[in-house]
Design a protein around this ligand. Structure first.
Ligand SMILES: C[S@@+](CC[C@H](N)C(=O)[O-])C[C@H]1O[C@@H](n2cnc3c(N)ncnc32)[C@H](O)[C@@H]1O
Length: 209
C-alpha cells in the first residue's frame, strides 16, 4: 500500500488558468509533487493534500501580478517552495532564489526544480542571516513574526526594493509592533493589503526600502 493517502486531490480552481496561463500544467505537476513526495518526506501534512491549491498554491499566487518585470526575488524560509516555486512557475521573467536551511527541504526543492525543468530558480541552503546578496524583492510566508522577519530580510532588500511578507490575520498587530524596527532597518513605507481569495484570506505587508 502506498504511504501517501490517496485522498481526493483538488483540481486547479478556474482562476488558476489566469495566473499560470500556458504553465498551468507545470503548476499541476508541482501540486502533485507536494501531495506525493512532499507528504512522504514530511514537508507537508497529509491533511493538507485536499487543499493544496486553495490554501497553498493560490494563496501564494495572489502576489504574482505585483512582481516587477525581470525582478530578482528571494524566498526566505521557503520550506517546500511556498511561495517561491509558485511565483517562479507563473513568471518566467523573474530570477528566484529559494533560501532554506534544512537539508531535507533543500533536497526536495532541488529535485522539484529538476523535475519541473525550471531554469529561473536557484536553491540556496542557508539561514537568511548568512546571506549577503541583495534582491529586488524578498518574500517570506509563515516563517517568523514581522519584527524578526524584518531583521532577517531587510538586509537582503536592495535600496529601492521591497519586502513582501505574506501574513494572516495577525498582520495589523505585527505591523504595529514592528514599525519602529522596520524604519530603523531602512523602511521608507509600509503598506498592508488584504486579498479575499476564498477559503484563506491573505494579507501582504509591503515594506519598501
Ligand atoms: C513554517 S515553514 C514555512 C514554509 C513555507 N514558507 C510555507 O509557507 O509553507 C518555516 C520555514 O522557515 C525556515 N527557517 C527557519 N528559520 C530560518 C532562517 N533563519 N532563515 C531561513 N529560513 C528559516 C524553516 O526551516 C522552515 O522551512
Amino acid at each position: 500500500m502506498s504511504e501517501t493517502p490517496d485522498v481526493s486531490r483538488e483540481t486547479p480552481p478556474p482562476h488558476a488558468a489566469g495566473v499560470f496561463a500556458s504553465r498551468l500544467e507545470l503548476a499541476e505537476q508541482y501540486a502533485e509533487l507536494l501531495a506525493t513526495d512532499g507528504v512522504v518526506r514530511g514537508l507537508i501534512g497529509p491533511r493538507e493534500v485536499p487543499r493544496i491549491w486553495d490554501r497553498h498554491i493560490m494563496n501564494s499566487a495572489v502576489v504574482v501580478p505585483r512582481l516587477p518585470q525581470d525582478a530578482t526575488v528571494a524566498d526566505v524560509g521557503t520550506g517546500a517552495g511556498l511561495p517561491g516555486l509558485v511565483w517562479a512557475i507563473a513568471r518566467t521573467d523573474i530570477q528566484m532564489t529559494l533560501i532554506e536551511p534544512l537539508l531535507r527541504r533543500t533536497s526536495f526543492l532541488e529535485e522539484a526544480v529538476e523535475k519541473l525543468g525550471l531554469d529561473n530558480v536557484e536553491v540556496l541552503r542557508a539561514r537568511a542571516e548568512e546571506v549577503h546578496t541583495t534582491y529586488d524583492v524578498v518574500t517570506a510566508r509563515a516563517v517568523a513574526g514581522l519584527d524578526k522577519l524584518g531583521r532577517w530580510c531587510m538586509p537582503l532588500v536592495r535600496p529601492g526594493g521591497v519586502l513582501l511578507a505574506m501574513k494572516g490575520r495577525s498582520a495589523a498587530d505585527e505591523v504595529a509592533s514592528a514599525t519602529a524596527t522596520l524604519h530603523r532597518l531602512g523602511a521608507t513605507s509600509i503598506v498592508v493589503t488584504s486579498y479575499d481569495n476564498g477559503d484563506v484570506p491573505t494579507t501582504v505587508v509591503e515594506v519598501s526600502k
